[in-house]
Design a protein around this ligand. Sequence first.
Ligand SMILES: [Zn+2]
Length: 299
Amino acid sequence: MHGRLYNEVVLEIVISPQTPLLIKSGQKASIDPALPDMQFVRTRKRLSDGSVAEVVYIPGSSLRGVLRAHAERLLRTLNEEYACQVEAKKLCLRQKGLKEDKEAADTLYKASCHACRLFGNTGVASRVQLSDLYPAGNPLRETRFGVAIDRITGAVAVGPFDLEVVTDGRFEGQIVLRNFTIGQFGLLSAALLDIADGLVALGHAKSRGLGRVRIEFVRAQFRLARSDQNQLLGVGALAPTEVKRRYGLPDNDAIALEGFQPVRRDSLYYQAHSNDDAQIRQWLNTVAPRWVEEVQRAG
Ligand SMILES: [Zn+2]
């Protein structure tokens, strides 16, 4: 099914910390005493003036991890079986005794849990791609002082240590979703909106109130293989009947969105877009509840 593009949405987003944010680098703590023990992850980036600098950034894998974990949590509130337990090594394909290299793509897709169908597993490609999020301008950084308290004795277990946090800044990146059902876009939207509303935090020390962020939706750009008035069409409505049957794609895979007006741009695709945060948010809010209906119908 991934050989052909039926639908696509590209969401350009900006993440800004509402409480101090620390996305830790995977590297070992530096031995340079001038640097904090827990540093914000950095990467080398070419700046607009052509020079290369080290900047703090949010790796796409980091946001992806939080999105997936939250989507799994949402799925499990309905039914434990809707998302497999990756950490516990209870993987949907393994539990069904399927080997990735021996089965057809449609068999693997149908045997995968709802989280894996969206975010991928060893046998199914992910429908969601996240870019790294780079800072616009210079994020405000601070060093915080931290200790970890031993839960049993109440004594200081680790530390004191320094945390490098970002307290203000804008991190820009994009999320691309391809060949999605309306329910899959809904689940991604629900998880994104919960992060945007500060219900789900990013990064280190979430339990201590760090990592609440705001998400600004700068642009949403859709491409569809077919158009039907103000309807956003899912892959269940766009793929040929044969593909739909093999992959078990949903019926009535469409949703009407206010102000959604796809226009034909070339011989292949219809396009629609919005640069209005409020409108994009409204679309995401409209689509979000559809995941419940879709996973319940699929069982
Ligand atoms: Zn799974």
